[in-house]
Write a protein that binds this ligand. Structure first.
Ligand code: M6R
Length: 610
């Protein structure tokens, strides 16, 4: 995925573009570039690496102009080079284009253009899109008409934004299944991949729909639907404050976002509880009859969101008695599924733009399922294509490694399960009240864990140079083990594995040796003895055991080299707490290893390609 920003206004665009790209850098940081239309000429400046490199390339130069486009790239077609970086030019440098997504039939289109004599310099599908727009522009003389004609020939999911040298007062953007907003200001307007790029200048945005073409001038945002009819799209006022997308006093977004978890949970809770502590899900209005009409639930998500889904599966089945199937989104469509109108499909996604999750959702919808999504980004594609949306109020998550999105997703899944159980009458009133009371304690319990930050930092320092780390646990602890392992590998690059503790003896225990670190989650009282047996088997192979257990559990000390305690809570709710020391551990190990914590190599914040 990539980040796009476009500006038309009274001022020189370059600072607006570069500031915007810095906010979008989490979307891709292989290379970046800007193009500005100035006096019949398009000036392009590009650099490999982070936006700061682009700043260096531009130096004190004033590119002038009133219209510009910018791009931060996460490479898909072609390596990370200046030539492959966006914006791309057509042959006579009269059109420039930036692009997010993939043009799937670019090889055929390229061959056709080459047969007509067009020469290419990059390996990208974007250059093909640019050349195609330029060819149509030659015939039609109008940028919007050229964009419309070119996109009709393209297959795939993408956003394209183009400027023309002889049209110094406008840019044209097109959206197909990739994110795009248009933002409205006084004497200026923007297009961008998401809100963070424009928040500093305006909070009024239009959500651009699939198939829309946008013509942006300084005074107007004209939107045309796929039938080329002028349309009005929903104007949203964004409530986020500008600081939400800033690091503040923290060294990294990841640490800031770990610390924002109590606030995100509090915010999500307070929006979903009535004064008398009943769960009322804003955005979801289901009757008992409707819920009873579903004979199963399918949860689909990727990465961290999938790990949250694992906990959701366990808890919904346990207290609402509804069978739940869970799948990683990238696999979901490639297996026979048994879906009809009796299926409730739950998509979980922070960004709401993950291509795999979106495609799975569309497939389930086609087959008749009712779609409910748990999403963080308001107005994102997953949110818009769902029948009902339950928002996580985590605020913008900038670090590629997801932290606060995970805990708010967990909270939403817990509340959804309780809401279902209440509707179905499968939970006793006292039990319901107890769960809600315990959920309300979670923010302060996370604060308690955060106070142990220095202990965890020390622990991380003691073992940051290890070659492999294992995460084990049984039941819900094993779901959190997967998340702990993902966090560690993505930010520290240490090979790390998560496994259900009872499975170790069936093969993986062969890898245990004295330098191996095993993080053992042992918070499930009901199966504690079994977990201890598994820890013992590992300890007998001299691996180093760091256990996570509930406060008051003194026996765990006998089986561990180190113990991190979490506050006491019901077994079912421990994932909300156990993940926090694991996030901190991953963060500090990565810091000790001098890794690029907020932008790990090869990763992008939201993966908008399949
Ligand atoms: O935006 P989404 O929640 O749909 O993203 C899903 C995954 O790509 C995401 O959770 C990814 O695994 C994170 N890098 C994990 O930290």
């Amino acid at each position: 995925m990539c980040g796009i920003v476009g500006y038309v206004g009274l001022q020189s665009p370059q600072n607006f573009l570069i500031d915007g790209l810095e906010k979008l850098e989490y979307r891709g940081y292989d290379s970046a570039g800007v193009a500005v239309v100035n006096e019949g000429e398009i000036k392009i400046r590009k650099a490999v690496g982070p936006i700061v490199n682009l700043r260096k390339v531009i130096g004190d130069e004033d590119l002038g102009g009133r219209v510009g486009i910018g791009h931060t790239r996460w490479a898909t077609h072609g390596g990370v080079t200046v030539t492959n970086a966006h914006p791309h030019f057509n042959s006579d440098k009269t059109i420039a284009v930036v692009h997010n997504g993939t043009v799937e039939n670019y090889i055929e289109l390229k061959a056709k253009l080459q047969a007509e004599g067009v020469e290419f310099i990059s390996d990208t599908d974007t250059e093909v899109a640019c050349m195609l727009i330029a060819e149509h522009f030659k015939k039609l003389g109008d940028l919007k008409a050229a964009m419309d004609a070119a996109t009709k020939e393209m297959e795939g999911t993408f956003v394209l934004v183009a400027v023309a040298a002889d049209q110094p007062d406008k840019l044209v953007a097109y959206r197909r299944n990739a994110p795009l907003i248009a933002a409205k200001g006084k004497n200026f307007n923007f297009v961008a991949s998401d809100f963070s790029a424009i928040l500093k200048h305006t909070k009024d945005v239009f959500l651009i729909e699939n198939g829309d073409t946008v013509v942006l001038t300084k005074d107007a945002i004209e939107i045309f639907d796929e039938d080329d009819k002028p349309v009005k799209r929903e104007l949203m006022h964004i409530g986020w404050d500008v600081d939400a997308a800033d690091k503040g006093d923290y060294e990294h977004f990841m640490l800031k976002e770990i610390h924002e978890q109590p606030k995100g949970i509090q915010e999500t809770l307070s929006r979903s509880l009535t004064e008398d502590d009943r769960i009322k899900l804003y955005g979801i209005d289901m009757t008992a009859e409707q819920l009873n009409s579903y004979n199963k639930i399918i949860i689909v998500a990727c990465g961290t969101a999938y790990h949250a889904g694992l906990v959701g599966q366990y808890f919904i089945e346990k207290i609402a008695g509804i069978p739940v199937q869970i799948d990683v989104a990238s696999e979901f469509r490639y297996r026979r599924q048994f879906i009809d109108e009796k299926t409730l499909f739950i998509a979980v996604s922070q960004s709401g733009e993950t291509a795999d999750t979106l495609e799975a959702l569309r497939e389930a919808k086609k087959q008749g399922a009712h779609i409910l999504s748990i999403v963080n980004v308001v107005g994102s594609s997953v949110a818009r294509e769902s029948d009902e949306v339950f928002y996580t109020w985590a605020g913008p998550e900038i670090s590629v490694a997801s932290t606060k999105a995970y805990t708010t997703q967990l909270l939403c899944l817990y509340m959804l399960a309780l809401y279902f159980a209440d509707l179905k009458g499968t939970i006793e009133p006292d039990d319901y009240a107890d769960y809600v009371a315990q959920l309300k304690r979670i923010p302060s319990q996370i604060e308690e864990i955060l106070k142990k930050e220095q202990d965890i930092e020390r622990l991380a320092y003691d073992y940051y140079d290890r070659d492999q780390v294992f995460f084990i646990g049984r039941g819900l602890d094993s779901s959190v083990a997967f998340e702990g392992s993902l966090k560690l590998k993505e930010v520290s690059y240490i090979p790390s594995f998560a496994i259900a503790a009872g499975e170790m003896k069936h093969g993986t225990i062969a890898l245990m040796e004295p330098r191996t670190i095993v993080i053992a989650l042992a918070t499930q009282d009901a199966i504690f003895d079994k977990t201890v047996s598994n820890i013992q088997e590992i300890k007998a192979r001299n691996a180093h055991i760091i256990s996570i257990a509930k406060e008051g559990n003194t026996s765990i000390v006998n089986h561990s080299n180190e113990v991190i305690y979490i506050p006491e809570c019901r077994d079912e709710l421990t994932p909300l707490l156990t993940v926090v020391p694991l996030q901190l551990y991953a963060y500090f190990v990565a810091k000790d290893r001098h890794c690029e914590i907020d932008k790990p190599r090869n990763l992008a914040k939201s993966v908008t390609v399949e």
